[in-house]
Design a protein around this ligand. Structure first.
Ligand SMILES: Cc1cc2nc3c(=O)[nH]c(=O)nc-3n(C[C@H](O)[C@H](O)[C@H](O)COP(=O)(O)O)c2cc1C
Length: 308
């Protein structure tokens, strides 16, 4: 069988070695525990938990999900249990697991990101931090941290300054040139980047003459965004030296392989989990089968192969 293991933080003293490159995406797989009766979670490359903030959050008004062609719009608004409960109740379970768990963090101020990362320091069961920078920066009047290189770099530096864990920064596609942001967070010390978060969008109820989502707009995910995500991975792979984790509409092994060939070192599976809890493991099986069929002995034999 091909060696699908991958090191996602080669420049970090602790590293982030995954047995395989298939990860479940934040917000679509809970804390992993909810799925452990349905799926052999230990076979996954890693699990990224729901976005975690300093204090618990109730999230946005309902409705928060609406189906769209080949995708869904969500406006969950980061409803989550808060970092203290994650440390108290989730991490002790993760510490007994073989599969690495990555904690996705969010905040409304730079200080909040820093505090969440600092709380996670030294907690057993957590292998890395993924920083979701697509959050409104309250101190800058609601402008998101992801929208300019300077604030994206500042959040990265703040988290790095208090954490001894590998730090992955998850970028938003809602920018003019994603390579600028990718380079800025690499410069600020990011160990890897995840591309992409959801694409901003909305839907309107024509009978009620009003937006369907309680929050009016939300984030589009699922197969509808896959070509956008693939393009952004391809573009960024041409400029950054740190590993890229591809994410966006991946629901089959073929999709995942496209991302590897564009330059991703690993993939995250998100919306596909919502209808097929086995999606990530089926994707892993398909990658193994492809490698066998093509006589590929390790993942490096596929990564970036479509780049010429
Ligand atoms: C219901 C839902 C909740 C999400 N929550 C988070 C979150 O808390 N933090 C985060 O960084 N991304 C979150 N995401 C974004 C996903 O992790 C992923 O980046 C995005 O959905 C694109 O991948 P996909 O098309 O495979 O779903 C969420 C997505 C969905 C659909």
């Amino acid at each position: 069988m091909a060696d699908l293991s991958i090191q996602l933080a080669p420049n970090h003293p602790k590293g982030l070695l995954l047995a395989n490159p298939v990860i479940t995406a934040s917000g679509t797989f809970g804390y992993g525990t909810e799925y452990s009766d349905l799926v052999d979670v230990q076979r996954l490359g890693a699990i990224v938990c729901k976005g975690t903030t300093l204090r618990p959050k109730d999230g946005n008004p309902q409705p928060r999900l609406v189906e769209t062609p080949s995708g869904i719009l969500n406006s969950i608004g980061l409803e989550n249990v808060g970092v203290d409960l994650v440390i108290r109740e989730k991490a002790p379970i993760w510490a007994k697991w073989k599969v690495p768990v990555i904690v996705n963090i969010a905040g409304e101020t730079m200080d909040e990101y820093k505090k969440v990362a600092a709380r996670l320091e030294g907690i057993a069961g957590i292998s890395a931090i993924e920083v979701n920078i697509s959050c409104p920066n309250v101190s800058s009047g609601g402008i998101e941290f992801c929208t300019n290189g300077k604030s994206a770099a500042s959040v990265t530096e703040k988290v790095k300054s208090v954490s001894s864990l590998p730090v992955i920064v998850k970028l938003s596609p809602n920018v003019t040139d994603i390579t600028v942001i990718a380079l800025a967070v690499q410069e600020a010390g990011a160990d890897a980047i995840t591309l992409i978060n959801t694409v901003r969008g909305m839907a309107i109820d024509i009978n009620k003459c009003q937006p369907i989502l309680g929050n009016s707009y939300g984030g589009l995910s699922g197969p509808a965004i896959r070509p956008i995500a693939l393009y952004m991975v391809y573009k960024c792979a041409g400029v950054v030296g740190i590993p890229i984790i591809g994410c966006g509409g991946i629901s089959s092994a073929q999709d995942a392989l496209e991302f590897f060939m564009a330059g991703a070192s690993a993939v995250q599976v998100g919306t596909a989990n919502l209808t097929r809890p086995q999606a990530a493991l089926q994707i892993l099986d398909g990658i193994e089968e492809f490698a066998r069929r093509k006589g590929i002995s390790n993942l490096a034999g596929i990564i970036g192969k479509a780049r010429g």
